[in-house]
Design a protein around this ligand. Structure first.
Ligand SMILES: [Zn+2]
Length: 429
């Protein structure tokens, strides 16, 4: 046995002793209204008992244990912590221009990302599925720093890097071909099924939680065409198959109809953006149980940035008409009964403003409850973590938020979250 292992065992033993001695932290929340996305119902006058990081009991008339800290939210509506399934928290301070990444060290980007994580949590999003960073593996470091308690942020599930073709939607483009990029700016590039498998194997070894692939061109990438398809069906199948070997799910960025359908047929868990999805794509998503994670709010920020001159001209050309097409297709997919999750592409709009998408989801066809489910129970299902997050139930993590108005009457109240608890710890009150 090595010295390190012995030390580890000794410190683990010490930690167990400490845990046994330290009294559990018990909190009781009085919830005037409690939204249960699992049943689609709103319960009244509930008591939630939280022991350390987990929910112990929920119900009416539950006795509050002696010595518990009581939080009175009896005049508020309590919901499970929100989940944004499409964020880029580890990209540092966003200025709308990916080439800005070339002017910063990896350390600068990492430190600039610290406030991104904090505002995300403080705005009521207790979990994010972070779907890629320009500088590979920075998201893993951010996730781990949050989990250690070094910095404040949401529970993060991370992708590590973009799995992309050379010059593709997830590549660092816009430089002369004779400029050599550092390793972390092209870590996820692959150009055959076997190269793609190698990249997935490396990312799995690095400790990612899921795989992000790009199966069409992008709006916010230089030299890209969102109407194109990227990767062949066999490459996409190799990526999903290899990811499955490690128990990892795959999400695919796709705007073009063929890029969307190739990804669904390959077996991805969700299609991101799904902008130009056609009727066949909607039928395929339904048949395969694929989630659509459609960022229908961020168009506001792209166009607003364009008016202020902050968005590169070629990005605005890519984007022409796509915003409205995506919103119309969102409505079609909701009406067809496709599984929908909540993802905003946070970073395109300022971090901490993801809640603004709820009103747009309702405007384009969802009921307020469906929009809330997309960001709670459905998001947890997409992540494969329904037993831990997504609703306020015994045994799940105590990720709980509250708002002062009724979100089922006015869903935009979720833009203004008044109480945030994650892992049983209160961050906003
Ligand atoms: Zn994105």
């Amino acid at each position: 046995m090595t010295k390190t292992i012995v030390n580890y065992i000794l410190s683990a033993a010490a930690l167990c002793t400490l845990t046994a001695l330290a009294p559990a932290q018990v909190t009781a929340i009085r919830a005037g209204k409690l939204v249960d996305p699992d049943s689609g119902k709103v319960l009244t006058d509930q008591v939630i008992i939280i022991r350390d990081a987990k929910i112990e009991k929920v119900g009416k008339g539950i006795e509050i244990p002696a010595g518990a800290t009581v939080v009175d939210l009896s005049r508020m509506t309590v919901l499970p912590g929100l989940i944004d399934c499409h964020t880029h928290l580890a990209d540092g301070a966003h200025d709308g221009e990916p080439m800005g990444q070339f002017k910063k060290t990896a350390a600068q980007v990492a430190l600039e990302s610290v406030p991104n994580a904090r505002v995300m949590l403080e705005s009521g999003f207790t979990t994010v599925r972070d779907v890629g960073a320009y500088r590979a593996l920075g998201d893993i470091a951010l996730r781990d720093a949050i989990n250690r308690g070094d910095i404040v942020g949401p529970r993060m599930f991370v992708a590590g890097a973009y799995v992309t073709i050379s010059g593709g939607a997830g590549a660092a483009t816009g430089l002369a071909p004779d400029i050599q990029l550092p390793w972390d700016l092209h870590y996820g590039e692959a150009n055959s099924p076997w190269e793609a498998r190698k990249v997935v194997r490396q990312l799995a070894h690095d400790g990612v939680d899921h795989i992000k692939v790009l199966s069409s061109g992008a709006v916010l990438t230089h030299g890209s065409n969102p109407k194109s398809q990227e990767f062949t069906p066999e490459e996409l199948q190799a990526i999903v198959d290899e990811a499955n070997h490690f128990g990892l799910r795959v999400e695919a960025h796709a705007h073009s109809p063929e890029g969307i359908k190739n990804a669904i047929r390959a077996g991805v868990a969700s299609v991101e953006h799904a902008t130009m999805i056609d009727d066949e794509g909607i039928a395929l998503a339904k048949q395969h149980g694929t989630y659509l994670d459609m960022d229908i709010y961020d168009e506001e920020c792209i166009q607003d940035g364009g008016r202020k001159g902050n968005v590169p001209k070629d990005f605005l050309e890519h984007d022409a008409q796509l915003g409205q097409i995506q919103r119309d297709n969102f409505r079609k997919a909701v009406n067809a009964g496709v599984k929908m999750s909540f993802g905003t592409d946070a970073g395109v709009c300022p971090y901490g403003t993801s809640g603004k998408q709820f009103a747009f989801m309702v405007k384009y066809g969802m009921t307020p409850m469906q929009a809330i489910q997309a960001a709670t129970s459905s998001a947890a299902d997409l992540l494969g973590h329904s037993s831990e997050i997504g609703s306020i139930k015994p045994g799940k993590f105590a990720d709980i938020i509250a708002v002062s108005a009724d979100p089922l009457a006015d869903v935009s109240t979720l833009e203004n979250v008044k109480f945030v608890m994650k892992d049983g710890k209160i961050y906003i009150q």
